[in-house]
Design a protein around this ligand. Structure first.
Ligand code: FPP
Ligand code: MG
Length: 298
């Protein structure tokens, strides 16, 4: 079924009649296609669903092209990022093309689907900006972190689920909650992996978030429990290229206070709630996607 979405994306890109752009797009690794998978699982593989899934994946791809420029990332999904291969200008402009083409196709789908997805793109742009500027200072506000990751990551997954429910004529609220929970948990897990994975598995340097100024959930929890002296020490390491012994100090403190477990628990609670909702609704495929998200990550 996912194959139909891949073909639709290819077709949308071919429609542009711009071989140079198609060449750049062909270098974007497809990734897990989580959003498309959810949509097909919720609504089947009718043409509107396939088109909507392709649109959502193109918007997601565009946002990552821009994100890698903003984050100055040289790799994505373990391979060279588009900005690393073709330069920042190309990554931004191809992102703009993908995004605009997606919106051009979106207007013909359904008014409520268009509203849901376009609103999510507003949220994801606002969330990205928050993520960047929150990194200027050491954020200790958990609610601000959750709101930011909701906007940056979960809003589009929530809208993908809601849109699929609209297309399938299913009650949209439970699918929205499912998508929202999965999205927030997904970003929490991504942020935990930045700490627990080695740089090879991750495709980017470990503890990179903290170096970038991002105090993700584990850092917020750690700050809460440290004594005054250690709080100051952690703050002094924020947004710096860390020496090996400084990295080890942070990792040892995470271990001492069982912080990673606590952060994982928070993500798992959201996923469990999503699983329960889908169990009740008899949506076993969606249940399985949620379970797999936990299994694959750690
Ligand atoms: C990845 O976060 C980034 C996002 C999920 C959203 C990025 C959104 C934008 C750049 C707005 C773009 C808007 C349009 C209209 C195209 P991350 O840096 O935490 O994750 P990573 O480790 O995967 O890079
Ligand atoms: Mg990034």
């Amino acid at each position: 079924m996912l194959e139909a979405v891949e073909r639709k994306i290819e077709q949308y890109v071919l429609d542009l009649n711009e071989p140079d752009i198609a060449k750049v797009v062909s270098k974007i690794p497809a990734g897990k296609r989580l959003r498309a998978k959810l949509m097909l699982e919720i609504a089947g593989n009718g043409l509107s669903v396939v088109k909507s899934a392709a649109i959502v994946e193109m918007i997601h791809a565009a946002s990552l092209l821009h994100d890698d420029v903003i984050d100055d990332a040289s790799t994505r999904r373990g391979v060279d990022s588009i900005n690393a291969i073709f330069g920042n200008k190309s990554a931004i402009m191809v992102g703009d093309v993908l995004y605009s083409k997606a919106f051009y196709e979106l207007i013909d789908i359904d008014r409520f689907v268009a509203k849901s997805i376009s609103n999510a793109v507003v949220q994801l742009s606002i969330g990205e900006r928050k993520d960047v500027y929150m990194g200027d200072s050491f954020n200790t506000d958990k609610a601000a972190y959750i709101e930011m990751i909701y906007q940056k990551t979960a809003a589009l997954i929530e809208a993908a689920s809601e849109s699929a429910a609209i297309l399938a004529g299913k009650p949209k609220d439970i699918y929205k909650t499912y998508g929202r929970n999965l999205g927030i948990a997904f970003q929490m897990i991504d942020d935990i992996l930045d700490i627990v994975s080695d740089s090879k598995t991750l495709g980017k340097p470990a503890l990179n978030d903290f170096k970038e100024g991002k105090t993700t959930l584990p850092y917020i929890y750690l700050y809460e429990v440290l004594n005054t002296e250690d709080k100051e020490k952690l703050k002094s390491l924020h947004k710096r290229a860390l020496k090996l012994n400084e990295q080890e100090w942070i990792l040892a403190k995470f271990k001492e206070y069982n912080i990673i477990e606590k952060a994982k628990q928070e993500a798992f609670e959201l996923i469990n709630e999503a699983i329960e909702i889908m169990q009740k609704a008899g949506e076993h495929g969606l249940e399985a996607i949620a379970i797999k998200m936990v299994d694959r990550s750690f």
